[in-house]
Design a protein around this ligand. Sequence first.
Ligand SMILES: [Zn+2]
Length: 486
Amino acid sequence: MKNKISIALFAILLVGCMPTIEDREQDAPLGPQQIESFDLLAEDYFVEDLACQDSEGLSEMAEQDVHRFDAGTTAPETHSFQGFTSKDTLKGPGFSQSVYDFHQQSKCTITDGAEACSTGSKVVKSPKKLKICNADRNFARASVEGVTLSSMSSLNSAYKFYLAIPNARENLRDTSLIVLPIVEKLTNQTGSDGIESTVRTITTDNLAYTSNFDGRPAFVIFPKSRNAVNKGRWKNLNLWELPWGMIHEFGHHVFRSHTGIEKLPGAKANVHGLVLNTPIHSIDFDETDDKSKSSTNGFSLAGRTSGPEEIFSAVNEAYADLFSFYALGQVPNLTQGVDCFEKNRDTTSNVFADGTAKRISAETLELFTATERYKFNSCDGPDFQDAHSLGAVIAHGMMRLYKARADVSSASPGQQAGWLLAWADAVGSSIRIKGKTAITFSNLLGLGLKGVAESDGSLTETQCEILKDVFPAFKDAWLASDFSCR
Ligand SMILES: [Zn+2]
């Protein structure tokens, strides 16, 4: 399997005469319900209420203190888990289980610079269901319970927001929450000197949504890495405490549900196991480290594609950013104070962190379609070869187009979010009818544009200005076909 998404990973490079793997995890004398500890991780994450895991949890959840990031700081706040139970696992409306202590391992080999991985991965540890026994307990931030309740509180807010949208579906599929999994990759390589070595990588510093894990969609909360701490990233913040981030992931669930598309026509079947679909970002934290390790980090420098899958994925990212923006009240600065996300992912900001305009021009598309992978630092500015940067531009443009709708002032926030759902519905039908040929930026964004235009395709003057400003690469084609400027 060629890893298409560059993900934030932390690797230890071990070189020896024999292909050995140094076992860096601490074999601490932990109880059977304790979770594994790795030096690579920022914390020794732990289950705080071990006794509870062997008994029956609360039959009815009430209010719980959770940690949420708001306006630049993380502080405890109270969230009502009304409708939730924790008898056999923490679950509630839209969520059928919360699990932890999952460990999967895959093996790969690098030959002549090309990475090949065995299909499927080994389950080292099966996930355990998490229970909560005490409503008055303040769980530590690094406890499995603390992580689960914090992330679930934002997902719960997202779900409630979704249900209040007039054209929401009642049959959104139930999801799982997978907390702090160890997704490990062992890569064997032989250097030019004939020396074999093994690199261990563990997926960290990310949030993800996968449309199918063990038969149902799941949200995945990856642990924070020591590397991120050492580099001073996200001080006093864990990504799962950022409501914007968790609700972004819920936005992927909405997009998946409303388009009805889990896999594009002709796409390869998902490899078995937990795959990092739709991560919250693709920042390479090893950017300052030895670049020779890059290929082992799933960050392939040579060769890339920019076909339907990459286009679909950019639209998917835009959608998730937009959903989060609407769910959190359409306000600016939702990512303020968050390293790598501030401005870059603030839907209201018309520039990236380095001042680059949020715009898809011919030059942007040239970068996106290039077969050579350019090195960008997407923490400071845009990486126009990455779905998240393209998505941020699309989200910004669509937000402004919605705002410029003639009837926006008379539409409730719920109705406005409804325009988003209608867009995903239209994307799904178009792909079902036309197959892969439907997957072009011009068509998929055009379907969004149809949602903001009058029924005859006419756009307001302001909307036409936005096309010129944000989508110059598609403007002429749109105006030559379905749309016109008033
Ligand atoms: Zn995403």
